[in-house]
Design a protein around this ligand. Sequence first.
Ligand code: PHE
Ligand code: ZN
Ligand code: ZN
Ligand code: ZN
Length: 297
Amino acid sequence: GVIIFNEGQAGEGRADRRGLIGGALDGTTVNIPVVGTTFAVGKELSAPGTAVTLTTHTEGDPKRRTHNVLAESRWGDPDRVAMLGAHLDSVPEGPGINDNGSGSAGVLETAIQAGGLQTRNRLRFAFWGAEELGLLGSKHYVAGLSAAEKAGIRLYLNFDMIASPNHVFGIYDGDDSDRTGSPAGPAGSDKIEKLFESYFRTARQPYTGTDFTGRSDYGPFIAAGIPAGGLFTGAEGVKTAAEAAKFGGRAGVAYDKCYHEACDTIANISDKALRVNSGAIATAAFTYAYSPVLPGG
Ligand code: PHE
Ligand code: ZN
Ligand code: ZN
Ligand code: ZN
């Protein structure tokens, strides 16, 4: 499978840093100045039936240009889009492997595998820039959609931190089914939550709900009324004794003790969480690629 490393540093603008995505990618290199990453996209993503485009956004003081990388399947109804996204940038303090090389790798692996299939619905994959600067890439993307384009996006799935070393398996709580009083997602978000739950049951893995806090790129999609969901294995929060009994790992220790730090390196990954969650991403993508009815209609 694909593994990712992302040596980008948000705000640094260092084009000399290279982030390699994918095991065997070559072809186009895409400079992402805010991320500081030279992102090798190229043939593996574009040839099997996906088109790769960049959207740009300029903001900040001093102003810098940042890029979203979008890949879209060639087949499927363009008015019925299932969208998956992960942010590619990191904070300046560290390389951002769990946050968010992990989600980027999971989405990219599915994009590569899905590219050659003649799906019923359109699949669109987003690698967001400048999430760490305030969801700038995803906000810019959603703000630029026409009403018709917005209506065509029937769901958005977000993957930000999916391989935390002291992980839980969190599924975004689309309907506040755990009644913690968290905001529910738009109608249809509950269906996404249920699809992920059925995957984890089939895989015989425990799962828990995780709240929509507005802290990642699903925020602009929810604000636009698009059903949303996704996975999250935990950031700076501390694992409880009950969670350690359910998921293993260490109670009283952060889910990711290297969150936003220099030690968020390739050593800061749970291989098991990455493997299980990558299966969940693929399952959701292929399910929605062929479903006659989608969470957004
Ligand atoms: N978006 C946060 C970050 O990139 C991580 C996060 C995701 C926190 C989901 C909470 C919930 O730093
Ligand atoms: Zn972060
Ligand atoms: Zn993140
Ligand atoms: Zn809740």
